[in-house]
Design a protein around this ligand. Structure first.
Ligand code: K7E
Ligand code: CUA
Length: 661
């Protein structure tokens, strides 16, 4: 609180100085200094204001934390707002050497997600989702999908480490995920490109019969902090390409909304003079918004009305239709985002090729389902809710609308990919003082640079958005920074949206040298309560508990077993490992356990072994278990790779592998 006051105080001071007002505490000299710097650097008043709004003095903490997908980097980045300082990367699908992820620790978590058992050491992360309670972020867990291999990861926000990666047994790629139901009962993963179930081969000529669409509901066990695969299930959908999705809340609780493209079921084949996918999959004037009743689906699953496919329970399309859990309704073609408004009463869909956002009313959808107000059925017998009877409004926002987020005051914000802009418009209906009458109006647009994909408003997809800041996640920064070779940085821009409709200026540019960040969620920092050390000495982060086998102070030893296994029980404390000499025989299987016995907040040690491709990060209290075969003879100095003390260079030891004769 004190820190916050200080930051705001400084901002105000600077701003006042800039507009030439005298303020208590600002001497004429310091005002002159500010004016001189501004003049020398060519800064406008707006620039200085932006600086005052974002500059965060050394030691002052940020008000919000943004968890941004790392895109192809396969990781998550945590960024503070409004400073836009990167605080940490969280290794997820891709090995990361600082955290040791995949180089001795976390290997089995990564391997759990290998598709078809094949080592895939990267991911294409798109959509992070914070866990929710009652539709509001609770700061406990973070989920993220991997589009390339249809995987979902679970990150525990106690220690900001990945705990689990599940591979979807049915589909190859995913996109409409991750999104959570309002109490995080389920983590939703929509498929993407239709495929035969479980990596089966089927010629493209059998597309309609063999290729499938799907959505998977992963049951989340909050107590264990893991997805419970044995309580999860999927729903078969037509072989459209299911796209972005969102979970209903409040007025729409119990529903999943899921866009789709290629409802034409085009099969491409440009090389044979067939229409390419880009043409074939955008012929129809509309695609289908899927409306899925997951409360009912859960009951069907619990009643056993499923087929086992690839060992996974699936509600077949036939059952879904017979039980009335699946409806579709037309949506603008080539749709992108589908976003549920804070009260759950409206569902906003953007079609990339339509300058409008299309807003559906949940009340009307429920009525149309009850009254069977259909305009027909699709080829698979899925009832199509009559578009006009579920439509609430359409707002012309600009070219290439993609994703929508919400503010606390009745505003909605939509990214415009082709316009390179963010649009602000009023949510009609009963939304707050801004819009007492149903009013659906474009209020203003702010240009961003360039090619915005997602936007993220602080808590902007929850039941109680915070507003204040909007981050525009732009691609290809073109002329914004020093050119970094032909591959350009991505650019995340911070917009101040606190000014009640008058303006929403860009106040900070943050280039990202990793890509491509798609989506981010922004949570109030005070909702997070991360550990600064592990709760006890000998803590195993993978089970989030004390490990009984963890090496303890005074119990360090090397145990040789008859079967050629060598078990090492080692401790690490500033500034030594114990033991320091490890001698094994070539061909031994080594199980190397290390406990960092420190209790101080900053006492992290690294552990790195040459040739054997091993690196680990041991946070205070943490214990790790690293296994390898000592197949290469030689003398290997291992050492601590964190500059942990003045005698850090001496924190080392020798691994001596005696040659087999
Ligand atoms: Cu728009 Cu994958 Cu969310 Cu990227 S998707 S932009
Ligand atoms: Cu421990 Cu350096």
């Amino acid at each position: 609180m004190h820190q916050k006051t200080r930051r705001k105080g400084l901002g105000k001071l600077l701003a006042l100085t800039v507009i030439g007002a005298t303020s208590v505490g600002a001497s004429a000299q310091s005002m002159n200094d500010v004016q001189k710097v501004a003049k020398d650097r060519g800064l406008s008043t707006a620039d200085l204001l932006a600086a005052a709004k974002t500059y965060t003095p050394s030691g002052v903490k940020d008000d919000y934390i943004m968890f941004a997908s790392g895109g192809h980097a396969g990781q998550v980045f945590a960024v503070g707002l409004p400073s836009m300082r990167i605080l940490r990367s969280i290794a997820v699908f891709t090995p990361e050497s600082w955290q040791g992820w995949g180089f001795g620790v976390g290997n089995e978590v990564i391997a759990e997600g290998f598709p078809k058992g094949k080592a895939n050491l990267w991911g294409d992360t798109h959509h992070p989702a914070l866990s929710e309670t009652g539709g509001d972020y609770d700061g406990q867990f973070l989920f993220i999908n991997d589009k390339i291999n249809a995987r979902v990861a679970v990150i525990d926000l106690h220690d900001w480490e990945t705990k689990q990666i599940v591979k979807n047994p049915l589909t190859v790629s995913d996109h409409g995920g991750t999104f959570v139901t309002p109490d995080t009962d389920y983590v939703i993963e929509g498929g993407q490109y239709a495929v035969p179930w479980g990596y089966e081969y089927a010629p493209i000529s059998e597309y309609k019969e063999k290729y499938k669409g799907s959505v998977t509901l992963w049951k989340f066990d909050r107590k264990r902090g893991r997805i419970d695969k044995d309580k999860s299930f999927a729903i078969e959908l037509p072989p459209y390409w299911q796209d972005l999705s969102d979970a209903g809340k409040l007025a729409s609780d119990g529903y999943i909304f899921m866009n789709s493209l290629n409802t034409e079921m085009a099969t491409g084949g440009i090389e044979d003079k067939n229409p390419p996918f880009e043409a074939g999959a955008s012929m129809n004037a509309t695609d289908f918004l899927h409306i899925i009743d997951w409360h009912k689906a859960e009951k069907l699953y619990q009643a056993g009305k499923v087929e086992m496919i690839e060992g996974f329970p699936v509600i077949s399309l036939k059952t879904a239709l017979a039980e009335g859990i699946l409806h579709v309704t037309p949506e603008p073609r080539s749709p992108h985002g589908v976003d549920v408004a804070p009260k759950g009463d409206f569902i906003v869909v953007s079609g990339k090729l339509d300058p409008h956002v299309t807003i559906y009313s949940m009340a009307k959808i429920k009525q149309a389902i009850a009254n069977k107000t259909y305009s027909g059925k699709d080829e698979f017998g899925v009832p199509i809710l009559d578009f006009d009877s579920v439509l609430e409004a359409q707002v012309e926002v600009g070219l290439g609308p993609l994703h929508t987020q919400f503010g606390p005051d009745g505003y909605a914000y939509t990214s415009l990919f082709l316009d390179s802009a963010v649009a602000r418009w009023t949510l009609g209906g009963s939304y707050g003082p801004l819009s007492p009458e149903p009013d659906w109006t474009l209020v203003q647009k702010t240009p961003v640079q360039y090619n915005v994909g997602h936007i993220a408003v602080a808590e902007g997809d929850t039941v109680s958005p915070d507003g204040h800041y909007l981050v525009s996640l732009n691609k290809w920064s073109v002329d914004r920074f020093f050119p970094t070779g032909p591959l350009l940085p991505q650019n995340l821009q911070l917009l101040d949206i606190s000014s009640n409709g008058t303006e929403m200026p860009v106040i900070y540019d943050m280039p990202m040298g990793v890509g491509e960040p798609h989506y981010a969620q922004i949570i109030k920092a005070d909702k997070l309560d991360p550990w600064t050390t592990y709760p006890g000495v000998g803590w195993d982060p993978h089970v989030q508990n004390l490990e009984p086998m963890a090496p303890k102070k005074g119990m360090e030893r090397v145990v040789r077993k008859d079967d050629g296994t060598v078990e090492i029980y080692m401790t690490a404390i500033r500034s030594h490992f114990n033991p320091e000499h490890i001698t094994v025989k070539q061909g031994d299987h080594v199980i190397w356990r290390i406990t960092n016995t420190e209790r101080a907040v900053d006492a992290t040690h690294g552990f790195a072994v040459p040739v054997y491709n091993i690196t680990a990060s041991l946070e205070p209290g943490e214990t790790v278990k690293i296994e390898f075969d000592a197949d290469t003879a030689g003398t290997f100095p291992f050492y601590c790779s964190e500059f942990c003390s003045a005698l850090h260079l001496e924190m080392m030891g020798y691994l001596m592998v005696e040659p087999a004769d």
